[in-house]
Design a protein around this ligand. Structure first.
Ligand SMILES: [Zn+2]
Length: 141
């Protein structure tokens, strides 16, 4: 993480082999092969601590814990992302049309976004724990 480049293009154009060496096998599977972890198995679906969820691949802040809600799905779910950190693209795999969400900085697969979330956005960002790296905020409550 310490040698991360400041240039977004660099991170996005790394070959898969770079990430395979850098990441844990499960993290690599989810973020670089668009895998999905089994529900209720990830580190963060039931995490209610205040803090910031960063990209597990590049460290970019992605979601704030205050935007996390209990969706009952077994995956960490958020109503919105932080700043300009996430982008979506249409995913036609598995015979469905879904909106895939990826880290804007490094292109890591995060999960999908659905339009059945709570107020104020009406969106539900359904994210794999393996795509996230939680940093607890011990000051703010
Ligand atoms: Zn990233």
């Amino acid at each position: 993480m310490s040698n991360a480049s400041n240039q977004p293009e660099d991170m996005k154009n790394k070959p898969k082999s770079y990430w395979q060496q850098k990441l844990e096998p499960n993290t690599f599977f989810v973020t670089r092969c668009s895998g999905t972890e089994a529900p209720f198995t990830g580190k963060y679906w039931d995490n209610h601590l205040p803090g910031i969820y960063k990209c597990s691949n590049c460290g970019q802040p992605l979601f704030d814990a205050k935007d996390k809600f209990d969706s009952g799905t077994g995956w960490p779910s958020f109503t919105r992302f932080e700043g300009d950190s996430v982008e979506s693209r249409t995913d036609n795999s598995h015979g469905m049309q879904r909106e895939e969400v990826v880290c804007k900085h490094c292109g890591a697969h995060l999960g999908h976004v659905f339009e059945d979330g709570p107020e104020p956005t009406g969106l539900r960002y359904c994210i794999n724990s393996a795509s996230l790296d939680f940093h607890e905020d011990k000051v703010r409550k």
